[in-house]
Design a binder for this molecule. Structure first.
Ligand code: 0RA
Length: 638
């Protein structure tokens, strides 16, 4: 342990300075101090246990949210080493919790931890940002415990009993002076742990929420790994190859695990992970995978005369139509790029993934000629549809160039032509649309009311979407094209605002639009142009004071407390339609007062998943969704 060859005192000072830096700038280490950052603390602790599982020593992780928002994470691994360094007089375990980035120094690290950035910053960061942490270790025949407060050791590692088991248990209470909220969202944690369980074949993860009278809990363990993940994603879809294709290569340099399955849907659903982190922006691993797919299917189609010599190659998008796939790689020193640092940059990974997929997938196709035929039939029909869509678009483009103004009839446009200051409100329903038209700032705010039947984006190809009565006005109003032709520079409004009620119909239109933007105008979301307007839930009136609008139940409680309970009248808004133009302006559209939620790529991806449930044929998942829908809206990142 070269690093600790200092005098005891000097070393301790360094430690405290390190953790003080974390407390001063928490965002640098965990991204933010919102609920996201709070959840990040849990992920950090669980990550260490997953590493122990990847090293082959742990097969069960138990997470509990205890009453009072205390988190407990227990694993059955080897236990963090407890030996005391002769010079520093500090146990290895204490070092892990008090020295920034010390996690990897003790050999338990899988080597695939992400250095720096948002992930893998480890136990010491959690310690620095917690009011208290308690660590209990079982190993070498004993039970050992140590305690910390705001990163400082208050009880050194002490033997408190005997045990013939091994493992580590961490309990912590996040620091309320640092985080905006200490209230964990069970659903968010559950979803992430399901994902980790899919990504770590055979690892059992249990989660339990003990905060309410009736505890919620779940247990995940998937012997099928990513195969199970793909089955889960395709639960409500019609499959082409009944069993997902599965590829696993645990080679030294870059272990690769991939599963894929074709459905009769028209969309591609590819998820990629690096070291268990969802790379929403993709990167070299995804590039390698896509290149391999294109090559293998074209080679097969040619050698089996499915496409003729004179025909052109199938394009990547034809081959990915209806594909659901998960690609997971482990990379020793991952370089993350892109706007949200979720795009893998390591260039060697592309070739490695490509060659593995080419080998394995060609073998699969040769061994399963019927599947190969069914999949290729779909690819060929996708390629024909793409041709047809291109012609349809060209036709529309020609028409557009003749009629200069092809704005939809229902659009109440703004007078400014400077996109940077212009906003378009896509409003659900005619009555709310009417109020919005009267209440708006005509110079910069345009209103587009939407009504009509919901289109199943999942079951429609681009040409049909282009002519859909609900989406066509949106495409025309935005004026930037669609799909491959979409050009963000032509966008007529800098902000695209979805204004819908907080009910099931509102959820419908929101999911439809987000799914549509995600599928056909992705840069719009990537570059942060899409927002959700947040109308108030309540109006408080009392004689002698100005009306007060509240946007959450908590806010309502606080405001009632402030103005006193007597003679207050509370109006609950059920929909936008209940507000008159002045109220709608004041509460939801006036830049000085309004609350906007910016939609992230992550949100859009979720909407896309939810869309399948809403439009699918199965009733049970739809009912479940509707019950949980309020949560989906609430969890969007601010
Ligand atoms: C390094 C070495 C050893 C175990 C661990 C790390 C370890 C760390 C954590 C964090 C949470 N749970 C954990 N479980 C294990 C063991 C080295 C040995 O026994 O030889």
């Amino acid at each position: 342990m070269e690093k600790f060859n200092h005098e005891y005192g000097a070393n301790q000072i360094q430690v405290l300075e390190g953790l003080e830096a974390v407390r001063k700038r928490p965002g640098m280490y965990i991204g933010s101090v919102s609920i996201r950052g709070l959840h990040h603390l849990v992920y950090e602790i669980v990550d260490n246990c997953v590493d122990e599982a990847l090293a082959g020593y742990c097969n069960h992780i138990q997470i509990k949210i205890e009453p009072g928002n205390i988190i407990s994470v227990e694993d059955n691994g080897r236990g963090i080493p407890i030996d005391i360094h002769p010079k520093t007089h500090i146990s290895a375990a204490e070092t892990v919790y008090t020295v920034l980035h010390a996690g990897g120094k003790f050999g338990g690290d899988s080597g695939y931890k992400v250095s720096g950035g948002l992930h893998g910053v480890g136990a010491s960061v959690v310690n620095a940002l917690s009011e208290w942490v308690e660590v209990t270790i079982q190993r070498d025949g004993g039970i050992y415990q140590m305690k910390f407060e705001r990163g400082k050791t208050v009880e050194k590692l002490t033997r408190i009993g005997d045990s013939d088991k091994t493992g580590t248990k961490v309990r912590f209470f996040a620091d309320g002076t640092i985080f905006e909220t200490l209230e964990y969202d069970y659903g968010t944690l559950e979803e992430r742990f399901r994902e980790i369980a899919f990504l770590t074949k055979g690892l059992k993860i249990s989660i339990e929420d003990l905060r309410e009278e009736t505890p919620q809990k779940a247990e995940f363990c998937f012997e099928g790994g990513l195969r199970s993940f793909v089955e889960f994603l395709n639960k409500n879809k019609e499959k082409i190859n009944t069993d997902p294709i599965y590829i696993e290569k645990n080679n030294e340099e870059v272990p690769v695990e991939i599963s894929l399955q074709y459905t009769t849907s028209y969309n591609e659903n590819i998820y990629s992970f690096v070291n268990n982190i969802n790379t929403i922006e993709g990167g070299t691993h995804l590039e390698g995978f896509k290149r391999a797919l294109t090559k293998v299917f074209n080679d097969y189609a040619r050698s089996h005369s499915i496409i003729k010599e004179k025909d052109s190659n199938l394009q990547g998008e034809d081959i990915r139509e209806g594909l659901t796939a998960v690609v997971s790689v482990k990379v020793k020193d991952p370089q993350f790029e892109g706007q949200t640092k979720t795009k893998l940059g390591n260039s060697n990974v592309a070739g490695i993934v490509q060659s593995i997929v080419v080998d394995e997938l060609s073998a699969y196709l040769e061994e399963n000629p019927n599947m190969a035929k069914a999949i290729l039939e779909k690819c060929v029909s996708a390629s024909r549809a793409r041709e047809a869509a291109r012609k349809a678009r060209e036709l529309v483009r020609k028409k557009n160039s003749l009629e200069v103004t092809t704005l939809p009839g229902k659009l109440a446009d703004c007078s400014s032509k400077n996109a940077d200051e212009c906003e378009v409100y896509i409003v659900e329903g005619d009555s709310a649309g009417g109020s919005a038209k009267q209440g708006r700032d005509r110079r910069t705010q345009a209103i587009l009311p939407l009504w009509g039947k919901m289109l199943n984006v999942e079951k429609s190809r681009a040409d049909k979407i282009y002519n859909n009565d609900k989406l066509k006005p949106v495409i025309q109003a935005l004026g930037a094209g669609i799909g491959a032709d979409f050009d963000i520079n032509k966008i007529r409004y800098g902000k695209v605002v979805i204004m819908a009620d907080a009910d099931v119909d509102g959820a419908h239109i929101r999911t439809l639009l987000l799914t549509f933007f995600f599928r056909y105008m992705r840069p719009l979301i990537e570059q942060g142009h899409v927002f959700l307007a947040q109308p108030p839930l309540y109006k408080l009136s009392k004689k002698g004071i100005k009306d007060i609008y509240c946007y959450t139940d908590e806010e309502l409680d606080i405001e009632i407390e402030k103005i006193g309970r007597d003679n207050v009248s509370i109006q609950r808004y059920k929909g936008l339609g209940e507000m008159n133009p002045e109220q709608l302006w004041e509460t939801t559209m006036d830049p000085a007062n309004r609350i906007f939620v910016r939609v992230t790529l992550d949100d859009a991806m979720k909407a896309d998943q939810i869309f399948n449930i809403l439009m699918g044929d199965e009733i049970e998942p739809r009912r479940e969704f509707i019950e949980q829908n309020a949560k989906f809206v609430k969890n969007l990142d601010l």
